[in-house]
Design a protein around this ligand. Structure first.
Ligand SMILES: Nc1ncnc2c1ncn2[C@@H]1O[C@H](COP(=O)(O)OP(=O)(O)OP(=O)(O)O)[C@@H](O)[C@H]1O
Ligand SMILES: [Mg+2]
Length: 288
């Protein structure tokens, strides 16, 4: 099992300064009324195995609606595995076995009657490396609606525009909707992939390190976008960048080696005053 992840900054002091600044500014976490949000996704005693190897160990979590939940932890601790469980992207991996409960609005997503394609319409995904299809910008965004056979029932032009606007890309591409998605910059491609994910109007957007392949300016745009998305969607984002988690998320889940979810709490609490020494050591870069 790979366990060689490292914290992102070189010194503990530097990490703490950046994180506390990110928390104090806290502009991203003003989401209106403070009543408790509804839970969208619940895991109970969730174990995941690849063959004999256990990747997740007894994970319990409740992911709140219309909030940004960050998932952090060292390399190999099961972050991507957990994300992929939520919309059954692990189904394609033969060796992968899921035990325990994983519920979306109370329904077990591993129930026999669940159609994974319909599930993924409700729970979209954005990957680390921007992966537009070799199609036009328009066709990339329209793809999900067409595949679901809904192109005839919605105004496709309006849906494409709405998704591109929500992904903060419309102004940059509105005059070139017929050009290839592959001709965009990396940051634009990632926002195109976000537009593609939101066009079918999912409830949840899963993002696996969506900004790690982007430069700082493109990263800032994607971070701003994530903040906006949380007004309409539930966002679950895996990131290796602790400052990013502190800046953009409401709740943070810390997975540690062995696939254990060690701490899950308000982001400010996790970064300022975690309950577990192991979490503090990880956050302050004492181990990775
Ligand atoms: N398709 C697979 N087949 C077998 N083992 C796998 C597979 N995918 C992941 N694993 C193993 O499961 C464990 C968790 O992997 P996962 O990719 O979920 O970690 P991660 O926290 O996302 O890591 P990283 O930060 O490097 O992306 C690791 O030990 C990994 O080797
Ligand atoms: Mg991963």
């Amino acid at each position: 099992m790979a366990t060689n992840g490292k914290a992102d900054t070189s010194s503990e002091e530097e990490t703490e300064t950046i994180i506390s600044t990110a928390i104090e500014t806290g502009e991203s976490r003003d989401r209106g009324p403070t009543e408790s949000p509804r839970t969208v996704v619940t895991a109970r005693d969730l174990d995941v195995y690849y063959g004999q190897e256990r990747a997740l160990d007894g994970v319990d979590i409740e992911i709140p609606e219309n909030r940004v939940t960050a998932i952090i932890g060292p390399s190999g601790c099961g972050k991507s595995t957990f994300l992929r469980c939520i919309n059954r992207m692990n189904d394609g991996i033969d060796a992968c076995r899921v035990d325990g409960e994983l519920r979306f609005h109370g329904t077990d997503v591993y129930d026999q009657g669940i159609d994974p394609v319909a599930l993924r319409r409700k729970i979209g995904m954005v990957f680390q490396k921007p992966n537009p299809f070799p199609k036009s910008i328009y066709d990339n965004v329209a793809y999900g609606l067409r595949v679901q056979g809904r192109a005839g029932e919605v105004d496709l032009d309006a849906a494409v525009e709405r998704a591109l606007r929500s992904a903060a890309l419309w102004d940059e591409v509105k005059d070139q909707l017929d050009s290839s998605g592959l001709d965009l910059s990396g940051g634009q491609q990632q926002r195109l992939c976000i537009a593609r994910a939101i066009a079918p109007d999912p409830e949840v957007i899963l993002m696996d390190e969506p900004a790690s392949a982007l430069d700082p300016i493109a990263t800032a745009k994607v971070e701003d976008l994530i903040d906006d998305l949380a007004e309409e969607y539930t966002v679950v984002i895996v990131t290796h960048n602790m400052q990013q988690a502190a800046r953009i998320s409401d709740r943070t889940a810390v997975f540690l080696t062995g696939g254990e979810l060690v701490e899950f709490d308000d982001t400010a609490k996790v970064f300022e005053n975690p309950d577990h020494d192991r979490v503090e050591d990880y956050i302050t870069g004492k181990f990775g």
